[in-house]
Design a protein around this ligand. Structure first.
Ligand SMILES: CSC[C@H]1O[C@H](OP(=O)(O)O)[C@H](O)[C@@H]1O
Length: 340
């Protein structure tokens, strides 16, 4: 596989993560041997992205079981540690779903939990490649153009998944078909997943790109410089509303006004039929300091307070297509994830 980037892996030494907080300057692995380290890694986005969080959560159950044995925890103490992993970030439904996926295997022991988590990992990679193929097919059929100028927001690449990527997987597939002229990568403040992580993956993949300020996205689209926008998702409600990184709804509104497709790429594991609409999706509020500082440098005056919702909700009416591993839902035309 091109650029076999594995954000999450199980090794003989336990759970291994690519530490995404130090990219692109340094490529480092974080070895997780206890639940506290994993919860911290999730909360500071050393591991991030909905599918990657699901896989990390699943392996995290095995970490909790090993730690409980090592520390002499009761089952209740072990389960409390698992719950701290499960609730470490609220918006991406995949985290809780990944934990819940392996819980039934706990009575069978660590090896059984690891085996199920590995199945989840392998499924996610396959799903992402299927999403990439189906998304590329839909985009090429609808735009009738090639090569394309593609805009993406945040990072929905291999780093955000078990491998290949969702929105980035669509871009990889388009590039493999020689159908990408240029990618506009929104920097994605405040944690810069776009300029740090998506740009790094684009470099690895040899795909031409420009990094732009988030505030440039709407005008870039309205100036006719973009043919299609493709983004990932953290939770998709039953009615087709989509929660994704803050700034996504502005991209969707500009696409609607410009008459170009706004495409969401996500596996079914990101769809939450128990959440009726976007109004019920919990939006993570992160520390205001993330908006006011960068690597310890304060950019606002003393006393400034930051407002830092980590996600926004794109109304279903703005989603031209949801590319999943089983096919395309044309959400804006009224198709929803609900079983028809
Ligand atoms: C393939 S899911 C990627 C999704 O997750 C990101 O959020 P975060 O970086 O805070 O974990 C962002 O919303 C991406 O679109």
């Amino acid at each position: 596989m091109v650029n076999d980037i594995r954000a999450v892996a199980w090794t003989d030494d336990g759970l291994r993560l690519i530490d995404q907080t130090v990219l692109p300057g340094r490529f480092e692995h974080l070895h997780v041997r206890d639940t506290g380290t994993l919860v911290d890694a999730i909360r500071r986005l050393a591991v991030r992205g909905a599918p990657a969080l699901g896989v990390a959560g699943a392996f995290g159950v095995a970490i909790a079981m090993i730690e409980a044995e090592r520390q002499g925890w009761t089952a209740g103490e072990r389960d409390a540690a698992i719950d701290r992993i499960r609730s470490a970030r609220p918006t991406a439904v995949n985290l809780a779903a990944g934990v819940d996926r392996v819980l039934p295997f706990v009575p069978e022991g660590v090896d059984a939990v690891v085996a199920e988590a590995r199945k989840l990992l392998d499924e996610d990679v396959r799903n992402n490649q299927s999403i990439g193929r189906g998304g590329a097919d839909w985009i090429l059929a609808r735009t009738g153009k090639r090569p394309l100028r593609v805009l993406t927001h945040c990072n929905a690449g291999a780093l955000a998944t078990a491998g290949w990527g969702t929105a980035f997987g669509v871009i990889r597939e388009l590039a493999q078909r020689d159908a990408v002229e240029l990618v506009y990568a929104d920097e994605t403040r405040p944690l810069l997943q776009g300029s740090r992580l998506t740009a790094w993956e684009l470099e690895q993949a040899g795909i031409p790109y420009l990094v732009q300020a988030d505030g440039a996205a709407a005008s870039t689209i309205l100036r006719g410089l973009v043919d299609v926008a493709v983004i990932g998702a953290d939770r998709i409600a039953a009615n087709g509303d989509v929660a994704n990184k803050i700034g996504s709804v502005g991209v969707a509104l500009a696409c609607a006004d410009a008459g170009i497709p706004f495409v969401v790429a996500a596996p079914w594991s990101t769809v939450d039929l128990n959440t009726p609409s976007g109004e019920e999706i919990p939006i993570e509020e992160r520390p205001g300091d993330e908006v006011l500082t960068w690597e310890g440098l304060t950019v606002a005056p003393p006393g400034a307070r930051g407002f830092n919702p980590a996600f926004d909700v794109i109304p279903a009416r703005l989603v031209a297509a949801l590319a999943t591993e089983t096919g395309i839902l044309e959400i804006a035309k009224g198709e929803t994830p609900l079983p028809s």
